[in-house]
Design a protein around this ligand. Structure first.
Ligand code: KG4
Ligand code: ZN
Length: 339
């Protein structure tokens, strides 16, 4: 069964066709970095206007590349949140219209569940149960994924998401947008021990906090403007990765989980991928990583998660209303009778 996936949660307009939740036939992502670059961050109003312009060409291209038509689809899966509400409304309104006009069932997918399901598009998908680190521009959370559709959030950021901290640090250093890939690259050419930033471990609780670290970078940059930017970048990244790796491993050990699944834009980070894999394997824990292009926002992950909802008979009504705030562990979707 083929699913058309649509994601317009932030600043990427994306559409994809995925077969049986596993086989990606197309995955088109139209970014808006050029629009938001001069603001060093996503401007919601501009993002939603661009989605309106791009949604139909992007969906058309995804169907063409897969060699299919809407009528061939088993369902249309759309991201229903969390995200920027103006952006989400474009994708949801479009998907609802397409579903109504074609008679193809509609499915609403939580964006965070989509990120986790990017891993199911890889040749060897993870098996439940596992600990999922969702680390992106909007989220930094750990979910105990017990089985398909059953998630419990065991840790979250109390302030900035890790990707948000990357973007804000890049902005204050004046090195571009989005900050994650730029800092990732700069860090490779510098010694991460030259500038030592604090590690916000929040002793005694599993949650994350990155806003103090961002402030520490700001103070350092103001006090020592001569410090090479790549040394600051490397020092900042070392702190973020130390915290993400330690807290994820601690939680996996506490919950006695033998599998960790990474997802979200920051999981494209080379240092995070290498460190998490190495340190987990020393503890007998296996790490699953989506390929880099499936870490950042895309619609293939929405289609992959949507397929499981379709199999469970969980289709969405025509009055599906997207939500900017939509916790993953509140979703009322069950395969097994469990809430
Ligand atoms: O998942 P995503 O595309 O959108 C959200 O759902 O937020 O994540 C975007 C975030 C941005 O903050 C970006 O700076 C970060 O992911 N990012 C990275 C890397 N690539 C993207 N952060 C660190 N290292 C990277 N290589
Ligand atoms: Zn995302």
């Amino acid at each position: 069964m083929q699913i058309l996936g649509i994601d317009t949660s932030c600043d990427d307009t994306s559409a994809a066709v995925v077969k049986d939740g596993r086989c990606m036939l197309s995955n088109v992502v139209s970014g808006q970095n050029d629009i938001h670059l001069k603001f060093s961050g996503v401007v919601p109003e501009l993002a939603s206007r661009k989605h309106i312009e791009m949604i139909w060409p992007v969906v058309r291209e995804a169907l063409n590349l897969a060699g299919v038509e809407v009528a061939d689809m088993g369902a249309i899966a759309v991201c229903k949140g969390p995200g920027l509400i103006g952006s989400l409304l474009v994708g949801c309104s479009f998907a609802k219209s397409l579903s109504y006009a074609s008679g193809v069932p509609l499915i609403g997918v939580n964006h965070l569940e989509g990120h986790i399901y990017a891993n199911f598009l890889e040749p060897e998908p993870p098996e439940f149960p596992f600990l999922a680190l969702v680390v992106s521009g909007g989220h930094t959370s750990l979910f105990h994924a017990k089985e398909q559709g059953i998630y419990r959030e065991v840790a979250r950021t109390l302030d900035d998401a890790a990707g948000e901290a990357y973007d804000k640090v890049a902005r204050l250093l004046g090195i571009g947008f989005p900050g994650g890939p730029i800092i990732d690259k700069l860090s490779r050419s510098a010694d991460p021990t030259k500038v030592n930033f604090p590690r916000p471990y929040l002793k005694g609780r599993p949650d994350f906090s990155f806003s103090g670290l961002k402030t520490a970078v700001l103070y350092h940059h103001n006090k020592y403007p001569e410090t090479p930017v790549e040394e600051i970048a490397a020092g900042f990244q070392a702190s973020v990765i130390d915290v993400l790796v330690k807290k994820t491993l601690d939680e996996a050990l506490r919950l006695e989980l033998k599998t960790i699944v990474l997802s979200g834009g920051v999981s494209a980070n080379s240092e995070l991928r290498a460190r998490m894999s190495n340190e987990a394997s020393q503890k007998g824990i296996r790490v699953f990583l989506p390929s880099r292009e499936l870490c950042t926002d895309n619609a293939a992950m929405i289609a992959a998660a949507g397929w499981h909802h379709l199999i469970a008979g969980d289709t969405a009504p025509m009055d599906l209303n997207p939500k900017a705030y939509l916790p993953l562990d509140e979703q009322v979707y069950k395969l097994t009778g469990q809430a």
